[in-house]
Design a protein around this ligand. Structure first.
Ligand SMILES: *[C@@H]1O[C@H](CO)[C@@H](O)[C@H](O)[C@H]1NC(C)=O
Ligand SMILES: *[C@@H]1O[C@H](CO)[C@@H](O)[C@H](O)[C@H]1NC(C)=O
Ligand SMILES: *[C@@H]1O[C@H](CO)[C@@H](O)[C@H](O)[C@H]1NC(C)=O
Ligand SMILES: *[C@@H]1O[C@H](CO)[C@@H](O)[C@H](O)[C@H]1NC(C)=O
Ligand SMILES: *[C@@H]1O[C@H](CO)[C@@H](O)[C@H](O)[C@H]1NC(C)=O
Ligand SMILES: *[C@@H]1O[C@H](CO)[C@@H](O)[C@H](O)[C@H]1NC(C)=O
Ligand SMILES: *[C@@H]1O[C@H](CO)[C@@H](O)[C@H](O)[C@H]1NC(C)=O
Ligand SMILES: *[C@@H]1O[C@H](CO)[C@@H](O)[C@H](O)[C@H]1NC(C)=O
Ligand SMILES: *[C@@H]1O[C@H](CO)[C@@H](O)[C@H](O)[C@H]1NC(C)=O
Length: 896
């Protein structure tokens, strides 16, 4: 276009601009420029970190803002903004108070941005505002209570923000309100009663807050309510039965609250309700048996799962011809499933022709599973697990849409396994659980014909015998496979290695034998492998090192031999556990064990492993429990174990370990059990930390250990040391004798004699008496419990106790109160007096115990023979748990 050609156009534009500015000066008064200023203000505040509102030319002095994107102007009042539609524009910043300057604004639609900060109270000045949608932002603060001054408000949507405080009660003054959505905020307090009085309110959504209190009764008086969603709050109390009268109510969703009481029966009778979702509450009572003719009941979903409902399922439930979801799981329902459920609908009104999802697990249903279930051809999900159904698993091959079938934890039988053959028809089946039933007989190879979509197959804890069918590799998509427990035998088929999607494989607790097939290494995404408690043998294949995603590996309680392949220790993914215990593994631990840097529990106990404990084990800093007991390890505890301070349990017992017990264990504050017993440890036990707690440390069977307190039942170090000292001084003496003189020798002799004498004086009768420690007496008296108190006097208390090593077990223990003046002398006196005295209940002094308690206080007690008589017989003997040998069930309770 040449300049000459374009001239007329320029004139045209100029003239139109002129017209505009003339209009602006006359027809458009001050308010247009106010809106313009307000838009400038909005742009300034809402796009702090981006320039999205680029079409908003705020330097446009001609105020052509009505065609700015997202801005709508009034038709009647030109250049006056009536609506702002700015959805999903990544607006950030706070909504500025200047928004209140759009005096004709009726609509604010700013959802799905990153607006933050509070809603300005000034918004209440917009008295023409009808629609406010600020959902999915990051708005915080409270809802301004003067929002209610926007008397024309019809829609408020503030969902998915961080709004806190209470719902302002005077929102119920917005008499035109139709929709109130405050879902997913942090609102607390009650639901304002007044909301139910809003004549036009049809949608009330307050889910996902922390609202408390009752559902307002007034809601039940509303004829406009269409949808009430109060899920996931902390509401209590009953459902107002009037709600059943809300003639427009289609959706009542009250899941996940603490509502209780009975469900108003009339709700099941509603002519409008389509969804009744009451799961995860505390409702009691049963489903009402009598419905009117609800052949055309609109109910589509009934969710009553996870309540405390009881009773049987009334057969009239079959009347809900539109019902497609029925969730009754996790209640206390009982009885049998009415036969009407699952019958094909020639007679509509009597059956559930629309049922797609039938979830009734975790109840007390019993009886047989109605075979009519097989006629409800649109069923997609059936969960009848964890009930008490018996009989033969029905053949459900007629359900082509079946995706999910859980019949686990019942008492179902396999019959001739034709149900399984039939299920091969269900080509969409994704999950089949028949765990923990009494399916018996050999696993048929038809299992391989199950849906190619099958991802989860659970057949554990049945009475399934036979071998694992070789054809199993046809289940190409299987992710989780649990087979057997008890009876499966034979070898693990090599073909298992073709199940490349396998994520969890459990064949534990069977009678499988032979080697682990090398193909196992092909299972590259395998995360958990449980093969424990079988008769598997041979070496553990190094190929397992190719299962790079393994998190848990349990091969315990088999007969694997040879050494542990070092490849296993390259699996840094192993975190949840590695259990190789109770096998016949031998050789040394490969140094590579330090590669298990994420491992929590490691168990290699009860094998024939030997050599030293590699110091690299100290690199496994996440170890929580380390079991190495019952092997042939020798040498010292590596210094690197210092890094294992997260350990809770460490058992190195029954090896040939030696050296001193490292004192870094003192600082292991998480440790609850350290078992070093039956080794050759020597020297003093560290005094601090857990070594002060006898129930956490086991050291017996280490002959050369000594302790600084009598607590650990070890010889005291100072005795050992003083003996040593005496020994050294003797040598010195001998030197002295030979070097100096005979006179000096006699002097020493006197001193030593005197020392002995003093010792004997404080322990008048210890000579042939047995030795008990303080802890023995604590145990014998059940920690000096009141139940064992026979009597008490000024100087002490007498307890009845039980000491296993004593001939008659039961003893009387007199504990002296040493803080009582005279108690010590009393102790000495009693020792003397009692030695030959007969008493009603007390006979012979078994021993005296003079030591210190764990806090270091002096402790003196007499242990006396106890005369059993009728009265005392009835006393409860303290039950002694043998803490020295905490019984770990052999290969029991292992996961998988
Ligand atoms: C708005 O209108 C003016 C003139 O009327 C025009 O120049 C401008 O391009 C328009 N802007 C948009 C975003 O349509
Ligand atoms: C609203 O407009 C008036 C007049 O233009 C102005 O004085 C005032 O500052 C504006 N208010 C806000 C909050 O921007
Ligand atoms: C608010 O906006 C979002 C996003 O467009 C929309 O999904 C939602 O339905 C709106 N709320 C109301 C009550 O219309
Ligand atoms: C949104 O707000 C919350 C709390 O006010 C804050 O923790 C969070 O970081 C914010 N998120 C974004 C994306 O700004
Ligand atoms: C709503 O209540 C608050 C305080 O409860 C009050 O400040 C506000 O003015 C009230 N608004 C209306 C419209 O009544
Ligand atoms: C259901 O409604 C009918 C009337 O349509 C009534 O007779 C019956 O009592 C109601 N049942 C319940 C449980 O409310
Ligand atoms: C369930 O109801 C029974 C009585 O029917 C009651 O004893 C029990 O405490 C209730 N359980 C819960 C979790 O409310
Ligand atoms: C259910 O199906 C079986 C066979 O699939 C058929 O014999 C029976 O008549 C059907 N029952 C109903 C009620 O349709
Ligand atoms: C498989 O489905 C077909 C048609 O849906 C049916 O005729 C056949 O009986 C089914 N087979 C089994 C084993 O259920």
């Amino acid at each position: 276009m040449s300049p000459v050609q374009s001239l007329p156009l320029i004139i045209l534009v100029l003239s139109s601009l002129l017209t505009c500015s003339v209009l602006g000066a006359t027809a458009l008064h001050h308010d247009a420029s106010t809106d313009f200023q307000a838009l400038r203000c909005l742009k300034l505040h809402l796009s702090v970190s981006n320039r999205l509102l680029t079409s908003w030319k705020i330097d446009d002095s001609l105020q052509q803002f009505c065609n700015w994107s997202g801005v709508t102007c009034s038709k009647r009042h030109t250049s006056r903004v009536v609506a702002l539609d700015l959805e999903s524009l990544q607006l950030d910043g706070q909504i500025p108070p200047c928004i209140a300057n759009f005096t004709l604004l009726t609509r604010i639609h700013l959802p799905n941005n990153q607006l933050r900060g509070p809603i300005p109270a000034e918004i209440g000045q917009l008295n023409r505002l009808r629609y406010l949608n600020l959902s999915s932002n990051n708005i915080s603060g409270m809802i301004p209570s003067n929002l209610a001054t926007c008397s024309q408000l019809q829609v408020i949507d503030l969902g998915s923000n961080f709004i806190n405080g209470e719902i302002p009660p005077n929102l119920s003054q917005c008499s035109d309100m139709q929709q109130l959505n405050l879902d997913d905020n942090e609102l607390a307090g009650g639901i304002p009663e007044g909301l139910g009085t809003l004549r036009n309110l049809s949608v009330l959504q307050l889910a996902g807050n922390t609202l408390t209190g009752n559902i307002p009764l007034s809601l039940g008086t509303s004829s406009s309510l269409h949808s009430v969603k109060l899920t996931d709050n902390s509401l209590t109390g009953p459902i107002p039965s009037l709600l059943a009268n809300c003639s427009s109510l289609q959706f009542l969703v009250l899941t996940k609250n603490q509502l209780g009481g009975e469900i108003p029966p009339a709700l099941f009778n509603s002519t409008s309700l389509q969804i009744l979702s009451l799961g995860l509450n505390n409702f009691i009572g049963s489903i009402p048996a009598i419905f009117p003719n609800v052949a055309d009941s609109p109910l589509k979903r009934i969710v009553l799962a996870s309540n405390n409902l009881t009773g049987t399922i009334p057969s009239s439930l079959g009347n809900f011809s539109n019902l497609s979801w029925l969730l009754l799981s996790q209640n206390n329902f009982q009885g049998s499933i009415p036969v009407s459920i699952g019958k094909i609908p020639y007679n509509i009104g009597y059956t559930l022709p629309s049922i797609q999802t039938l979830i009734m697990g975790v109840n007390k249903f019993h009886g047989q599973i109605p075979t009519s279930l097989a006629n409800t051809t649109i069923l997609r999900a059936i969960d009848l697990g964890s009930n008490s159904f018996h009989g033969i698993v029905p053949s459900l091959g007629t359900l082509p849409n079946l995706i999910y079938l859980d019949l686990g934890e019942n008492r179902l039988e396999a019959g001739d396994w034709s149900f399984l053959t039939s299920l091969t028809n269900c080509t969409q089946l994704v999950e089949l659980s028949l765990n923990a039933n009494i399916l018996q007989g050999d696993l048929p190879s038809s299992i391989a014909g199950l849906s190619k979509s099958l991802e989860v197959l659970l057949l554990r804890e049945n009475r399934i015998s036979g071998t694992i069918p070789w054809e199993i590799h046809h289940l190409r998509n299987i992710k989780t496979l649990y087979l057997g427990k008890k009876l499966l035998s034979g070898r693990i088929p090599e073909s298992l290695g073709n199940l490349r999607n396998l994520f969890v494989l459990s064949l534990s607790q069977n009678k499988l034998y032979g080697r682990i097939p090398l193909s196992i290494g092909n299972l590259s995404i395998l995360s958990e492998l449980y093969l424990q408690e079988n008769n598997l043998s041979g070496p553990i294949p190094g190929a397992l090192g190719d299962c790079k995603k393994l998190v848990m590996l349990n091969l315990s309680c088999n007969s694997f031999d040879y050494s542990i392949p070092k490849e296993l220790f390259t699996l840094s993914s192993l975190a949840e556990g590695l259990d190789l215990s109770h096998n016949k593994l031998s050789g040394e631990i490969p140094l590579q064990i330090g590669g298990l840097v994420n491992l929590g529990p490691l168990n290699i106990s009860n094998n024939q492993l030997s050599g030293q404990i590699p110091s690299t084990l100290g690199q496994c800093v996440h170890l929580e429990s380390l079991h190495m007991e019952r092997n042939n390890f020798h040498g010292r505890i590596p210094q690197s174990f210092m890094n294992l301070r997260g350990a809770i349990v460490m058992d190195l017992s029954q090896n040939n370990l030696s050296g001193e017990i490292p004192d870094f264990f003192e600082s292991f504050s998480s440790m609850k059990l350290l078992n070093l017993s039956l080794n050759n440890f020597q020297g003093p036990v560290p005094p601090g930390g857990m070594f002060q707690n006898k129930s956490e440390v086991f050291l017996q069977g280490n002959k050369k250990l000594c302790a600084n307190t009598p607590l650990l039942e070890l010889p005291l170090c100072n005795e050992m040391i003083s003996k040593k000292k005496m020994y050294t001084s003797k040598i010195l003496k001998i030197v002295a004798i030979t070097v100096i003189s005979l006179v000096m020798l006699s002097c020493f002799g006197v001193i030593i004699f005197k020392k002995r004498k003093i010792k004997q004086a404080t322990h008048p009768s210890v000579k042939e008496l047995k030795k008990f420690t303080y802890v023995d007496l604590v145990k014998a008296t059940n920690d000096f419990s009141l139940a064992n108190l026979v009597g008490s006097g000024k100087y002490g208390s007498v307890y009845k106790g039980r000491i296993e090593s004593e001939e008659h077990h039961t003893v009387a223990i007199k504990v002296f109160k040493l803080d009582q003046l005279g108690a010590t002398t009393s102790f000495v006196a009693e020792c003397e007096a009692l030695r030959n005295t007969r008493h009603r209940n007390l006979v012979r002094v078994i021993t005296v115990c003079s030591t210190s308690d764990p806090i270091g206080n002096e402790f003196k007690a007499l242990v006396l023979e106890f005369m059993v008589n009728g009265d005392l017989e009835s006393w409860i003997y303290p039950t002694l748990t043998n803490e020295h040998h905490p019984k770990r069930p052999l290969c029991m309770g292992s996961r998988g």
